[in-house]
Design a protein around this ligand. Sequence first.
Ligand SMILES: NC(=O)c1ccc[n+]([C@@H]2O[C@H](COP(=O)([O-])OP(=O)(O)OC[C@H]3O[C@@H](n4cnc5c(N)ncnc54)[C@H](OP(=O)(O)O)[C@@H]3O)[C@@H](O)[C@H]2O)c1
Length: 331
Amino acid sequence: MSDSSMRAIIIRDHGGPEQLQLWEWEKPMPGPEELLVRIHATALNRADSLQRQGKYPPPTDASPILGLEMAGEVVGAGSEVTGWKLGDKVCGLLAGGGYAEYCVIDQSLAMPMPLGWSYAQAAAVPEAFLTAFQGLFWLGGLKTGQKVLIHAGASGVGTAAIQLAKAMDAELYITASAAKHEFCHALGAHHCYDYKEEDFSELIDDQTHHKGVDVILDFVGAPYFQRNLSCIARDGKLVMLGFMGGAMLDNVNLGPILRKRISILGSTLRNRDLAYKAQLTQAMQAYVWPRFQANMIKPVIDQVFSWKEVVEAHQYLESNQSKGKIVLEID
Ligand SMILES: NC(=O)c1ccc[n+]([C@@H]2O[C@H](COP(=O)([O-])OP(=O)(O)OC[C@H]3O[C@@H](n4cnc5c(N)ncnc54)[C@H](OP(=O)(O)O)[C@@H]3O)[C@@H](O)[C@H]2O)c1
């Protein structure tokens, strides 16, 4: 392989996990403010599955290679880079390009790996913690002691959100399949609902004496929309970050939005501009890193696969069995 090439996971044709293949790809070149990083680990996201299926095209200026986060070692830097040096161990958010030997990242998006951590641990942090931090604090405006409902509580983002909300002494309500409840309780959830068997909205209404929850983090979308409106408190914030259950609404009573003065907010990280992502990265790191080092919060890793097992890793993600993040080691 030449100096301008590297190995990366490519998508042969849009479709199932079997379309993923280790192949030769062009090695990226750092721009003036970018770091060139030798990636040692990346982690899976639901967006990777959608992109693989052709349902979530990457932004035009992003790498078409999958992978929204990474941890690795700085091996090159552009002429305007300050504050980073070759050999630094970093992790960070990418708009694409994580399933590869090398990536470039703007210096403002790189975070130093927490001391003593493995690459696998650090790769499990950026998407989950930046999304959860943004959703709970910047969009949801979570205040100490409030009540929070986190859907898909055992997901990568959910496990980060549970811990961040716990750090604010929130009363924590989560939905997840029953087999994951014990795990969510151990992370800090107070009330767990099996969304396949129970109506979370009725139970929350009952348990909060009809007051409802102050903030909802939702990744499920249409099937939960009416019930979210029913169990949210007056002046509550409904933060919508994913549509795993669908995005088309039918026959919804919008009355509670006015009656309860509900704010409905949506966001994706990937299409945010650099300045926003840099500010979010800084704010999250300032809040979370000291809590990592004090062992109050941790990234939850379900399994680590070699990137040569990327097909099995995607199959596992899509089986909905995982609790926390699925990591790929890039050797
Ligand atoms: N907007 C953003 O900026 C942003 C950024 C990152 C991620 N996200 C979104 O956050 C969500 C979680 O991502 P992730 O990578 O953390 O997920 P993940 O770790 O793969 O976990 C997803 C879990 O959600 C549950 N689930 C799947 N389909 C469901 C459905 N139809 N109804 C209810 N629960 C369902 C499953 O657990 P159970 O066993 O409990 O069913 C599954 O294991 C995704 O929607 C993703 O797109 C958004």
